[in-house]
Design a protein around this ligand. Structure first.
Ligand code: F6R
Length: 363
């Protein structure tokens, strides 16, 4: 049942505030001070985190790396499962391994988990299906409560994965006392605000369908972001590729001049995720390098960012003002909507894109 929506993907995007709220309720228990996990992980004894996943779940891990490092000062290694499993990396004492998978059945992720388990490392998994193989073979199961996701392109499962990982980073920061009491309180408040902020992001009145109708004419699209917006640039590009079949690539803004800037011309739209944060000016200067070479920029930012930097941009999407720390969860929404409306404009099969399967149980 698509609940009145044209596609499951539209329904699932719209469900995000409640799915994230349900997910968060598992970790922010009534009466508890901070984040409470279903089974305890004491991060003060952890010296390193290894995160492994595939596809969109891998981008959730890449985002979480920024959070674990910044909030909890923990070294984090992130890898795609198909590479990790055959590289057979050493796992030092004090490692915690985190596997992220919507289905909990992805063959490469499960094989990577079994490799790590054989090394005697503690395993936590972020899964949407609690009865799945990955959940069953983990020491700690950290559920997402996204509900069933039918659209092949992951949307609500992704933002719920990010939410669990954000909660986990807050737990790690608490255990390791890496934040001042004020900073910890502020970070917890930002975590609590996520469902509301995602709801506001869904309500933005910018004409995303209109922008998407223009994007639909492109053959190539670039996505740029800096800091935790970099993994979101990768995710935005993947989403667009998957459902609209337009070639898209995500880059770290600062990496542009090391090669991809050669691609800039008026036929290659460049989507820039730039919330008003401490890296804003850096991202904007990369964006101006694009415009100086005739590139057309779609700037995704908040009112303040647009006021400061929208001169000369091709199009913009106005986001609500969000607490910077967990901004990738909110900015996932315009990334998804852009891909969705582009696919609708092109008339592709949004829920069942060609060549793709919802659960990849073969390697
Ligand atoms: C992209 C997408 C895939 C999955 C990947 C991992 O929209 O859905 O990239 O994220 O196949 O799947 P799970 O999370 O089930 O392990």
């Amino acid at each position: 049942d698509k609940g009145g929506h044209k596609y499951f993907m539209a329904k699932e995007m719209a469900e995000q505030p409640s799915a994230i709220g349900d997910t968060l309720a598992e970790y922010l228990r009534e009466g508890a001070q901070g984040v409470v996990l279903p089974s305890e992980i004491d991060f003060s004894t952890v010296t390193r985190i290894t995160m492994v996943a595939c596809g969109t779940a891998y981008f959730a891990c890449l985002t979480a790396k920024y959070w674990f490092e910044q909030l909890a000062r923990l070294p984090v290694e992130v890898d795609i499962a198909s590479e990790f499993r055959y590289r057979e990396p050493p796992m030092p004492d004090g490692s915690l391994a985190i596997f992220v998978s919507q289905s909990g059945e992805t063959a490469d992720t499960l094989a990577a988990l079994r490799y790590v388990a054989a090394q005697g490392v503690r395993i936590a998994s972020v899964v949407n299906v609690p009865e799945s193989s990955i959940a069953r073979e983990s020491d700690v199961v950290l559920p997402t409560r996204a509900g069933v996701e039918i659209g092949v392109a992951s949307t609500k499962a992704f933002t719920c994965q990010l939410t669990v990982l954000a909660a986990l980073a807050v737990k790690a920061a608490t255990d390791r006392a890496t934040l001042s009491p004020e900073a910890l309180a502020e970070t917890l408040a930002a975590l609590r605000a996520v469902p509301g902020v995602v709801n506001q992001a869904l309500l933005v009145t910018s004409d995303i369908a209109g922008v998407a109708a223009e994007i639909a004419k492109a053959q190539d699209v670039l996505f740029l972001g800096r800091g935790a917006m970099f993994p979101l640039a990768l995710e935005g590009a993947l989403k667009l590729k998957e459902i609209s079949y337009i070639h898209a690539e995500g880059y770290a803004s600062g990496e542009l001049k090391h090669g991809p800037i050669a691609l800039i011309d008026p036929n290659v739209p460049v989507v820039v995720f730039a919330p008003m944060d401490r890296l804003f000016d850096k991202t904007v200067s990369n964006m101006q390098e694009v415009m100086a070479r005739g590139g057309k920029v779609l700037l995704v930012s908040d009112a303040e960012g647009l006021e400061r930097a929208s001169d000369g941009v091709w199009k913009w999407i106005k986001m609500p003002k969000v607490p910077p720390v967990f901004a990738p969860i909110a900015y996932a929404v315009p990334a998804q909507l852009l891909a969705y409306h582009t696919a609708v404009a092109k008339g592709t099969d949004v829920d069942q894109p060609r060549n793709l399967a919802k659960s990849v149980t073969v390697e």
